[in-house]
Design a protein around this ligand. Structure first.
Ligand code: 13P
Ligand code: SF4
Length: 305
């Protein structure tokens, strides 16, 4: 039997009373992961929220993730336990700037990374996550693609789709972008037997040191699927707790202390309890923005079936 602390017990009781479901991104703390009905990457969380029947979702992640859940299930109540848990990269692209930018490339299709606002999704052709981005771009058969907002993911995807010209927005995730090739070099010297698993939000020159590149789910599957037992992990540190829960025998080394997303860590057990008690903070969006943004997300889910 799983052992929970008092706060976790109280949350699970409230969750039962309210018929709620709790979902958590892989970057959440261990104690949040332990009480979640599903822990996953952005794609898994979107797919789950779109198909689950519960009318109340407590989303332990950042704002764009909870917003995507609401867009896909507009009749459900979606709660984000800390309304200030945002994603700075998502805020690097404004819909009004993207609309102006699109005019410079009238033939281009717009692919928005799910780490974007609802307004940006509303003016994009299709959405993608780090786990399906290559398939999404390939599905378009486009001559030109505007990829927004993550230049690093866009760059990485472009290496798989030579027939498409990529026009990259200059956004980035400060957590992954800070990681330098020299950090990986030092880690490989310290742990010569370890394999290196990286998220595609890292810089191009850093990705060159990777044995594996993938989304958070991709990294977890890779580590669990290898007989090898030592890995240098180049993505946010919450994933180490996730892998430890799933397989405590793996030896995992965080590539750098910079790999900490403070926004993800704004979600605490106390705030999850308050969210359930006070029905806070509800994700609310303008109807027409939601309807337009849903098109981009639904098209993505169709390709990722
Ligand atoms: P995943 O889609 O791999 O879960 O990544 C989300 C994210 O925010 C990475 O920084
Ligand atoms: Fe955004 Fe980066 Fe945090 Fe992911 S790790 S939520 S991209 S700031």
């Amino acid at each position: 039997m799983k052992k929970y602390n008092l706060l976790q017990e109280q949350i699970l009781q409230l969750k039962k009373e309210k018929n709620a479901v709790i979902v958590a991104h892989t970057y959440q703390t261990k104690e949040i992961q332990e009480i979640a009905d599903l822990v996953g990457d952005s794609l898994q969380l979107s797919q789950f929220c779109a198909s689950d029947s519960s009318q109340l979702i407590v989303f332990c992640g950042v704002h764009f993730m909870a917003e995507s859940a609401k867009i896909l299930s507009p009749l459900k109540t979606v709660l984000l336990p800390d309304i200030h848990a945002g994603c700075p990269m998502a805020d690097m692209a404004k819909a009004s700037d993207l609309v102006k930018f699109k005019k410079l490339y009238p033939e281009a299709k717009v692919v928005c990374y799910i780490n974007s606002t609802a307004e940006v999704k509303a003016v994009s052709d299709i959405c993608c996550t780090s786990s399906n981005a290559v398939d999404i771009v390939k599905s378009l058969n486009a001559k030109q693609v505007i990829f927004v907002p993550d230049q690093n993911l866009g760059n990485y995807v472009s290496t798989f789709v030579s027939e498409t010209e990529f026009i990259l927005w200059e956004g980035y995730c400060h957590v992954h972008h800070l990681l330098q090739a020299a950090d990986i070099f030092d880690m490989k010297e310290a742990y010569p037997n370890a394999l290196v698993a990286m998220h595609p939000e890292c810089r191009k020159e850093t990705l060159e040191f990777a044995d594996f590149i993938g989304s958070t789910k991709g990294i977890i599957d890779y580590v669990l699927g290898q007989e090898h037992d030592e890995f240098i992990i180049a993505t946010e540190q919450g994933i180490i707790d996730r892998i430890n829960i799933l397989d405590p025998t793996k030896k995992l080394y965080l590539a750098s202390e910079c790999l900490l997303c403070r926004n993800m860590k704004k979600i605490t057990l106390e705030k999850v309890k308050e969210a359930l008690e006070n029905n806070q903070y509800k994700i609310e969006l303008e109807e027409n923005i939601m309807n337009q943004a849903r098109g981009s997300l639904v098209r993505m889910l169709e390709v990722s079936k």
